[in-house]
Structure formats: structure tokens, C-alpha cells
Design a protein around this ligand. Structure first.
Ligand SMILES: NC(=O)c1ccc[n+]([C@@H]2O[C@H](COP(=O)([O-])OP(=O)(O)OC[C@H]3O[C@@H](n4cnc5c(N)ncnc54)[C@H](O)[C@@H]3O)[C@@H](O)[C@H]2O)c1
Length: 227
């Protein structure tokens, strides 16, 4: 809806200024954005995220950060939080060797994904408010998040509210993203309890973005880049 990338960025900066000035209710904090992968898409998504007041944390620090959530959810807490948190994860945060005597090795994982089991749902997802899925994926690799894993996470009170599946592999690394969405209607709501998708944003579940033609949103800038 914005006439240029600069105008879209200005709108995000304005939201950031509100967060920096008024803060966020501590009961919904820490708000953690998890970015998967470090390639073009991840860097682009992070470029926008960095317009907001933020700190980046290592994946290993997520449990510690989340412990602060439990404390701040005390009913009498009126604390405000003035920033968001970002966490960039790569394949070593997503899988571990099935053989416990072996260490993670990226080249070995890419060659023999069948020797590895998924751990993203245990190590990362329980602490994520939003997952921005930016990584390349093929069917021979374990999924990032399956339907069963999400159902279990939500039962355990996971803070996840949204998934931006920019990679948009239908039924792929995020199993329940089973359709792409349009620029006019970019989101759907996935309810893990009933394993169903909905057009409204009002009920239970996770809001998913699955637009597979995102570069067309910045057609002017793409045009000037090509020239
Ligand atoms: N929705 C859209 O409109 C849109 C736009 C651009 C790109 N994409 C898709 O986004 C994905 C990423 O594109 P990109 O340009 O950033 O690619 P890229 O090659 O620049 O980056 C890919 C990232 O994925 C990681 N990766 C590769 N294989 C992996 C695996 N098996 N497990 C975990 N991580 C792995 C790499 O280390 C790298 O960090 C592609 O699938 C692309 O088709 C979608």
C-alpha cells in the first residue's frame, strides 16, 4: 500500500518510535523474532526489523531471555519493555546428529540429512513470538516445524503468534503452510487444535504470511536496480 520502499520503511520507523517512547506491556514480552537462514531473504527481513528498537541474541540465550517473561507476567507488574529481540538461526540450531557421539557438521548434514533429527521445536520455537522463515529447503531435509510439533508447542503455552514463511515451500519446511496467499489477502490463520485454516484473524492459532511473489511489492525499486 506504500508508494515506495522508503515510505514503507518510514511507517515501520514510526512504529519503532512508539515502542521506544511508550514501551510494550511486559506481559507480552520479550517479543522475539526468529530468522532462519542468513542469505538474501534473511538479510532483507532483518534490514526491516532493524528499523525497530531491537537487540539480537544468540540462540543459546533464548531460555534465559524467556525466564524474564515468567517474572514480568506477575499480575502486579506494570513494567514496560522498550525493544524487540531478534535471533538468527542456522541449520546447527535446527538439527542434531542422531548418533549422540557425533558433532554437528554442516557439510555432512547437507550430504546426509537422514543422519540428523530435528530440534528446532525444542531449542528455538518454544521462545519465538514470530518466525520469519528465510531458508532454502528441500524434501530430503527434516521440516523446520511440523503440525504435530506446533500442536504440542501450543499446548505447552508457546508464545508464537505469527509465521512469515517467505520461503513459501507449500507443505514444506513449515508443514501447515499448505497454500500461498495473495498480496491483497496476505495472511491466513492456522488453528493447530483443529488443524484448519481460516480467513479471519480473530480466533485461536497462528497468523501465517505465505505470499510467494514478494519482490513484486517493490517493483519500482526492482526496476531501478535492473537499470
Ligand atoms: N516469497 C517470495 O516472494 C520469495 C522471494 C525471494 C526468495 N524466496 C525463497 O526464499 C528462499 C531463500 O532465498 P535466498 O535468496 O535468501 O537464498 P540464499 O541462497 O541467499 O539463502 C539461503 C539460506 O538458506 C540456508 N540453507 C540452505 N539449505 C538449508 C537447509 N537444508 N537447512 C537450513 N538452512 C539452509 C543457507 O545457509 C542460506 O542461509 C528460497 O527458497 C527462495 O525461493 C521467496
Amino acid at each position: 500500500m506504500y508508494p515506495s520502499l522508503a515510505a514503507a520503511k518510514a511507517a515501520v520507523i514510526a512504529i519503532g518510535e512508539e515502542i521506544a517512547t511508550f514501551g510494550l506491556p511486559s506481559g507480552i514480552c520479550p517479543i522475539v523474532f526468529v530468522f532462519t537462514g542468513t542469505g538474501n531473504v534473511s538479510q532483507g527481513a532483518q534490514e526491516i526489523f532493524k528499523l525497530l528498537p531491537h537487540s539480537f541474541v544468540d540462540a543459546g540465550k533464548l531460555p534465559e531471555l524467556s525466564a524474564a517473561r515468567s517474572l514480568s507476567q506477575h499480575p502486579q507488574s506494570s513494567k514496560r519493555v522498550f525493544q524487540l529481540y531478534g535471533c538468527v538461526v542456522s541449520s546447527r540450531d535446527m538439527v542434531t546428529p542422531k548418533d549422540p557421539t557425533r558433532c554437528f557438521n554442516k557439510a555432512d548434514y547437507y550430504a546426509h540429512p537422514e543422519h540428523y533429527k530435528p530440534v528446532f521445536h525444542e531449542r528455538i520455537a518454544p521462545y519465538a513470538s514470530a518466525i520469519v522463515n528465510c531458508m532454502y529447503w528441500e524434501r530430503r531435509f527434516p521440516r523446520l516445524l511440523s503440525i504435530d510439533q506446533l500442536q504440542q508447542l501450543m499446548k505447552n503455552g508457546c508464545p508464537l503468534v505469527g509465521i512469515s514463511d517467505i520461503t513459501c515451500d507449500i507443505g514444506g519446511s513449515i508443514e501447515f503452510v499448505n497454500k500461498s496467499t495473495s498480496i491483497e489477502r496476505p495472511f491466513f490463520r492456522y488453528d493447530p487444535c483443529t488443524n484448519s485454516c481460516h480467513d479471519d484473524m480473530e480466533g485461536n492459532g497462528v497468523i501465517c504470511l505465505a505470499v510467494d511473489i514478494l519482490p513484486t511489492e517493490f517493483s519500482k525499486e526492482v526496476g531501478s536496480f535492473i537499470e
